[in-house]
Design a binder for this molecule. Structure first.
Ligand SMILES: *[C@@H]1O[C@H](CO)[C@@H](O)[C@H](O)[C@H]1NC(C)=O
Ligand SMILES: *[C@@H]1O[C@H](CO)[C@@H](O)[C@H](O)[C@H]1NC(C)=O
Ligand SMILES: *[C@@H]1O[C@H](CO)[C@@H](O)[C@H](O)[C@H]1NC(C)=O
Ligand SMILES: *[C@@H]1O[C@H](CO)[C@@H](O)[C@H](O)[C@H]1NC(C)=O
Length: 467
């Protein structure tokens, strides 16, 4: 895994530094050796020279060993993308998952699971699985006399972020003929990678743990469409339709990290988190991230989440109190723990009155970029999307390699109603207080600066006029 490689790389750097030091010591000694020889041969000096040389030799050998280990890891990672055999391999779910279910009430060990060998003539990551269920009309396919069903995983993830227009984007994209949505919340969200596999849900941490088969079932109807739609290229049948997932918590919620067996005894800085797991399973997955001015996002989320609360009491004053308490809690945490430990701290996340941590985009994105190359991530801004929907949609269609839409089709899509608008009740609350705005602006400033640096794009300083 990349993280391991990185660790090895760090070790390599340490070793190289040691080698350099040994070299300097050696040259120094050999110079003094000549000096010594010209005078008197000191036994002590000679022994030190020999020792230093032997030590340098050992270090060099260790460096090579480590380099090979690191290299092997990289190779193993490549192995994950095994070229598809000409003849489709039929997977047996039970075999695939045997290592995954450690115990029914524990989260699946995703890094231990062998990823399926994806079929070559499908654009979407799909594979055949022995079908042991009674034949259903929609899944009655046979391959070499074996009854099989097609299983698929998302070709792409719209990973976030909450209240940035991801639902709206998704709903419009759904009109593209080469995209099929999963059977999930709003045709979009399972929150499996961030929450459900660890037994988390929006307000609770001890919900039912959902397993990989639960996750996979969301794409069974997508698989059906993917199988049905074909084009013939050079006498080869090809399946161009893709599916995806759009759980906005996946971008920022890594709080289940300490429930992964690989992280036992590890610091959060060294941990395997969701990006590693998604990459392990689908190394070619594409990621789309829609961001929004974190100050506006925070307020929008505060208003929105009230819909799910038992007691409704929205006010700009209460928002202010929630924001200042939450920022305070984070700042107190980082005085004692590393920032990563606080960002991955489930208790802290659950205790905060409002989710101010979601807006620390640079901190989350950094984690994704350690695993996925930037070429596999499309980063959009809600503000640009709101201003010019067609341009953003075309960028998404391009990024996903979907067929271009005609101007007329695009017009139809952009003229659809918006997915979310502020309710009358939410409008009555009015804008946030000016002091809340400046509190949030101060809190997010350095992170937005960092994000702009990472992306080399000042638009992520959110200095646009008021939207
Ligand atoms: C499934 O397919 C087989 C072989 O094509 C056929 O004999 C059988 O009747 C089908 N079953 C259903 C339920 O469609
Ligand atoms: C079809 O085959 C021709 C000749 O082998 C090749 O040049 C062309 O790129 C192929 N087209 C596609 C879409 O693969
Ligand atoms: C709602 O919040 C206000 C303060 O903004 C407070 O005075 C009032 O008691 C709260 N009502 C409930 C039902 O919590
Ligand atoms: C996590 O947050 C809780 C609540 O703020 C705090 O008591 C605890 O010390 C934190 N632990 C770490 C490791 O950050």
């Amino acid at each position: 895994m990349l993280k391991m490689v990185r660790l090895h790389f760090r070790r390599l750097v340490t070793i190289s530094t040691a080698l350099l030091a040994a070299y300097i010591v050696l040259t120094y000694f050999s110079r003094s050796y000549k000096d010594v020889r010209s005078n008197v041969m000191d036994e002590e000096t000679i022994r030190r020279l020999i020792d230093a040389e032997a030590e340098a030799q050992r270090e060099a050998e260790k460096a090579i060993e480590n380099w090979q280990a690191a290299h092997l890891l990289v190779k193993r990672e490549e192995d994950v993308v095994v070229p598809n055999p000409a003849k489709p391999h039929i997977h047996n779910m039970q075999d695939m998952m045997k290592q995954v279910f450690r115990a029914y009430n524990l989260p699946d060990d995703m890094l231990a699971m062998d990823p399926p060998k994806y079929l070559q003539n499908f654009k979407n990551p799909c594979w055949y699985e022995r079908d042991t269920d009674p034949p259903a009309k929609s899944y009655n396919h046979t391959l070499d006399g074996v009854r099989v069903k097609l299983r698929c995983l998302p070709y792409f993830h719209l990973i976030g972020v909450d209240k940035s227009g991801t639902t709206d984007l998704w709903a419009r994209l759904a009109h593209h003929p080469q995209f099929v949505r999963p059977k999930a919340v709003m045709g979009k969200e399972t929150h499996w990678w961030s929450w459900r596999r660890f037994g988390f849900d929006i307000w609770v941490r001890n919900a039912l743990i959902r397993h990989f088969d639960w996750y996979l079932e969301h794409w069974d109807s997508s698989a059906d469409k993917i199988l049905r739609e074909t084009v013939t290229i050079n006498n080869t049948v090809y399946h161009p339709v893709i599916t995806g997932e759009g759980s906005p918590t996946v971008f920022w919620d890594f709080t289940g990290w300490d429930m992964m067996p690989q992280n036992k005894g590890k610091k959060p800085e060294e941990a395997f988190i969701t990006p590693h797991c998604i990459h392990h399973l689908t190394p070619n997955a594409k990621l789309i991230l829609m961001l929004r001015n974190p100050v506006e996002r925070m307020y929008s989320e505060y208003l929105f989440l009230d819909r799910f609360k038992a007691v409704h009491n929205l006010s700009a004053q209460l928002f202010h109190e929630g924001v200042s308490q939450s920022i305070d809690m984070y700042e107190k945490c980082v005085q004692v723990h590393s920032s990563r430990a606080c960002l991955y701290n489930k208790t802290l996340h659950m205790k905060m009155p409002v989710r101010v941590l979601v807006g620390l985009y640079s901190e989350w994105l950094e984690q994704w970029l350690e695993v996925f190359p930037i070429t596999q991530i499309l980063i959009l801004r809600n503000e640009d999307y709101a201003k010019d929907m067609a341009t953003t949609l075309n960028a998404v269609i391009d990024f996903l390699g979907l067929s271009k839409l005609s101007e007329e089709e695009m017009k139809k899509i952009t003229q659809m109603d918006r997915s979310f608008t502020r309710s009358e009740k939410e409008k009555k609350v009015g804008d946030m207080l000016p002091e809340t705005r400046s509190l949030l602006e101060d809190f997010y400033w350095e992170y937005s600066m960092k994000l702009s640096k990472i992306l080399g794009d000042v638009r992520f300083m959110w200095q646009d006029q008021q939207y």
